[in-house]
Design a protein around this ligand. Sequence first.
Ligand SMILES: Nc1ncnc2c1ncn2[C@@H]1O[C@H](COP(=O)(O)OP(=O)(O)OP(=O)(O)O)[C@@H](O)[C@H]1O
Length: 742
Amino acid sequence: MEQFPPPSPSCCPPGSRGDAGVAAEPGSGESQGNTEMEKDGVVTAEMVSSCLSSLEHGVTGMKHTYHCLSFPNRNLKDISILCNYGHLQKLEVPQNEIKDLSCVSHMPLLVILDASRNQISDFFGFQPPQNLKEVNLSHNQMKKMKDLSAFCCLRKLDLGYNGFSEICGLKHCCMLTHLNLAHNKISRISGLDTLPLTHLFLSGNQLKAIEGLETLKSLQVLDLSSNRITSLSGLQTLRLLCRINLEENLISDVQECKHIRDHYLLRELKLRGNPVQEQPDYRLEVVFLLQHLTLLDEDTVTVEEKVSSVNKYDPPMELAAARDHMTHLVYQMMQPQVLYDSTLICAASPYPMLVLTGPQGCGKRELTHRLCQDLGEYFAYGTCHTTRGPYYGEEEGVDYHFVSEEEFQHMIHMGKFIQTIQYGGHMYGLSRDAIEDVAREGLACCVHMELEGVLSLKKSCFEPRYILLIPTQVESYISRLSSRGLYTPAQMKAAVSRIELYAATNRQHPGFFDCVIPTNDLEEAYQKLRRVMNEYLKIKQQEETEKNNSTSPNNTPSGHEPEWNPLSPQFRPNLDALSREKSPAELASISRREQHVREAIVGKSPGVYSQRPPRSSQTAPLYCLDLIVHQGEDVSPSALASVSTSDEAPASSPLSVPSSARALSAFVDPLDMCVLGHTLEVLKGQSPEAPHPGSDQPAADASTSSDGPPASKVMAVLPPIPAGRKTPAVPGVAPDTGLALQ
Ligand SMILES: Nc1ncnc2c1ncn2[C@@H]1O[C@H](COP(=O)(O)OP(=O)(O)OP(=O)(O)O)[C@@H](O)[C@H]1O
């Protein structure tokens, strides 16, 4: 922190003095005569002549005069002789015993005055030299400030270490940029609002609040250390601040930094000695709130710290999705029966799903329900869980499963979820059971969700079709939101701002959504959605075939409609069209990986855990865990430890995950890695013969009983998935916002 410079011992440059007859340096004490004279503290003409320097042209230009006089640390008491030196421009008499500065009244040309560390009690007790710019009166005995309007050229004023209890009299110092009032008895900041201050020092006073600074728009350096300040409120408007010292105060909440969050020039902040420092993650939180800092508490803020803090407190969507996926994957691994009992795992045929996504209230929920009703032969609504309370008219199990925060957490720990998000302060999650319920009926699951949910789901083994429903006319979207009467203006604003998020995702990631449908008119949107579904499911052709069949005399007897059964071989391929195309190599790879998982789950091949594939030191935890699951990597506790420690390497990009442990810890309820390690050890230690915990059958039976997944007995009811074809988006759907359609 920049300080006012301490009083210099001497301002006379050696050898600068014009009069070579006086040999002794000022203040050296070498001259016995001088020492004698200084005993009674009265300055004499001889002393003055020995301490003059800077011989320059006088004001008139007719003669030369000395401009500088310096008497530091000479026990001087009486400097009244200086009345005769009216040409002086710089007077330095620090560290003496001077009480009276009235001689300064006779120095009309004086520009710099240093009378620090004396015994002066009379505040500016002299007539104002017109050009006086810098005054240092620190370490004196002044108690009361008075009007300095006559000192209008003052630029730097140091009044530190006095006894002032109130700031006043500076109103007309319209050039004052540096003011030091540190170590006084000031309890309230006042009287500064008209000043063009750039540097203000008020440490060591009795301040409790930051006030009266709002108008100091030029302030760059502020020292408020050693006071009793509890809040940073009052600094919001000081956007040019680049250094703030708030050490030794009473700030206890990191969130106080929000008051200086938009100070883009802020580089240095000192908060040592405040209660806030004791908070865990204090530094990371401050770094997150003040991303422009380069020095916090005198320690350099590293790029790694900045990345970690963002990943922790506002992770990019991709990272949050990766973290979400990893969390559920790990919890599922701790509950192997979840996978074992699943009807959904199948190497060659991913379970068909449809996801409608878009900003809140865009109509996706209505469309999801309607589609499931109209195409009930194909789809059923996948009911998510939420911790928010039901709106009027919502029914348990129909729109959501409404659960408490604790229940939701419990479900996470039990590995129940495929994905979860936090939205609007509530948790939402799609459980494996919700999908299973639909799958057991032989139907495809249709769900609606926000973009973050899509990102997480895309990392899972599910491969739904994603339809983006997007409002392109903001006014009509807002009026639809407000007509619901459910949202606050802030919530509506947030929802509206997310339109661009969806649009940008669509623009920047071609193919991310399978289709985009504008939802300004819900009926129109639904018709488009139906057309897309008809195309995906080849319903038209089928209806025509049916029609032909019914009219053909060679076919079904008239009046006898063929029974509609989506699971019958006749209809299966239609539902399968929802799934994506896979190359034979991909299918073989999936099959291999799932075989490992199956074997691992039933304890058949512990060996697969022991082969650790090479991994870069910067591998993100998500990737590691993907390997664990898909390639049968070693997941012993030590391996997990290595996952978290290897991440300590500097993150390569802002999207990198610095630490898996940290990544998990930021989740709502962190996963206990020890528990995980233990569970996996148990799994690893199971002999191939040992019965699987979730099964009555011997594991050997289970592993040899089929080449299919553990639940392949149930899979029979699911339609096989042929090599599907990605159906292009509805042609002509071109939202007004310029969304790129695929
Ligand atoms: N499992 C999930 N994953 C991700 N997003 C979800 C999930 N379940 C619900 N959502 C989404 O969370 C948002 C908030 O849901 P909520 O039901 O509270 O909103 P809403 O006001 O009724 O709006 P909407 O009509 O879009 O559902 C919605 O956009 C919804 O689609």
